[in-house]
Design a binder for this molecule. Structure first.
Ligand SMILES: NC(=O)C1=CN([C@@H]2O[C@H](COP(=O)(O)OP(=O)(O)OC[C@H]3O[C@@H](n4cnc5c(N)ncnc54)[C@H](O)[C@@H]3O)[C@@H](O)[C@H]2O)C=CC1
Ligand SMILES: O=C([O-])CC(=O)C(=O)O
Length: 334
């Protein structure tokens, strides 16, 4: 039998999640390896009031399962039948997209383009039509190309607001912060800029205090961060890529944007439409960003003390980002 103190604690916990004024979040691809744990984490977020889950398979089951968790948010599952996608998007404040196929060993993220570009284009078209002012968070790969696809779709629909569309690169930041912690024992925020694929990922370890490494050790650490995704793909040996750490990263980024909308000062890194390098033909870039109720409030300048190795890594990343983004835009215009 539950003791009274435990019972009242549980009641307090439930009633403190007064989700009535909270954020309404749709997850598209919610039955997948990322979608399920991401939806679970969002279900436990007291700032979320409504969770609409959409997938082409198995979604009603995932939603029914999560709906028994006694937090205040309402969970509903949607399938493609009966216009389910539009219904899932109606009235949403945030649309998080982990829909699409993951990598197998030997593949690059760009190898996913042919399948995932069409999926994300379709989902972005629906979001632009049904909830054009919602913030859109793209997790599906290749992020470097798929966020530009969404941006082009929104432009074509006349509803593009660069403050509201982001490619989720939070997992790079988590990896960089964790790898630094493994060396220094200090929990720190290590920013990661550039893009989200191999050498477009530029961790700024110069910003971690107490990390004293030789140039060779630093090069190894940067390489590990850039290819951290491959580490997981190889360990999963054909059964997909990062799902649990990505769910955590996606839930953190969504929560950060919700908290910023609720008035907190929040800084995160994300891949957005950004013209700071447009003279070099680059119109998308992941930077340190300040968020507010409208989404991205400000793109923060690179820290003045970044190292030469980091400057060189950014220079290497820029043409690769331009090429990936242009590929996405060309696809979206077709
Ligand atoms: N941004 C990042 O840092 C990361 C991105 N990813 C990417 O996330 C994506 C998803 O990965 P997983 O969840 O592991 O894959 P998964 O295959 O386990 O799940 C994908 C889900 O998307 C659904 N789906 C497919 N087409 C759909 C459509 N038209 N509408 C709605 N749902 C649809 C599938 O039914 C499936 O449930 C991959 O592209 C992967 O590369 C993965 C890890 C990190
Ligand atoms: O590596 C992959 O394909 C999945 C991913 O984006 C990551 O884990 O960073």
């Amino acid at each position: 039998m539950l003791r009274l103190s435990t019972t009242s604690k549980l009641i307090r916990q439930f009633s403190s999640t007064s989700a009535a004024q909270g954020a309404k979040v749709a997850v598209l691809g919610a039955a997948g390896g990322i979608g399920q744990p991401l939806s679970l984490l969002l279900k436990t977020n007291p700032n979320v009031s409504k969770l609409n889950l959409y997938d082409i398979v198995n979604c009603p089951g995932v939603a029914a399962d999560l709906s028994h968790i006694n937090t205040a948010s309402e969970v509903t599952g949607f399938s493609p039948e009966n216009n389910g996608l539009d219904k899932a998007l109606e009235g949403m404040d945030y649309v998080v997209i982990p829909a699409g196929v993951p990598r197998k060993p030997g593949m690059t993220r760009d190898d996913l383009f042919d399948t995932n570009a069409g999926i994300v284009k379709l989902l972005a078209q629906a979001s632009a039509r049904v909830c054009p002012t919602a913030k859109l968070l793209i997790i599906s790969n290749p992020v470097n190309s798929l966020l530009p696809i969404a941006a082009q779709v929104y432009q074509d629909c006349g509803v593009f607001d660069p403050k509201k569309l982001i490619g989720v690169t939070t997992l790079d930041l988590l990896r960089a912060s964790r790898f630094a912690y493994e060396i220094t024992g200090k929990v720190e925020f290590v920013p990661v800029v550039g893009g989200h694929a191999g050498t477009t990922i530029v961790p700024l370890y110069s910003q971690a205090t107490g990390l004293k490494l030789s140039p060779e050790e630093m090069a190894k650490l940067i390489y590990r961060t850039q290819f951290g995704g491959d580490e997981v793909v190889q360990a999963k040996a054909g059964k997909g890529s990062a799902t649990l750490s990505m769910a955590y990263a996606g839930a953190r980024m969504t929560d950060s944007m919700i908290r910023a909308a609720n008035g907190e000062e929040v800084i995160e890194c994300a891949y957005i439409s950004d013209n700071q390098y447009s003279s070099q033909g680059v119109n998308f870039f992941a930077s340190l960003l300040k968020f507010n109720k409208d989404g991205v409030q400000e793109i923060l300048s690179l820290p003045s003390n970044i190292s030469q190795i980091e400057k060189d890594a950014i220079a290497t990343a820029l043409p690769q980002i331009a090429s990936a983004a242009n590929k996405g835009i060309a696809f979206a215009k077709k």
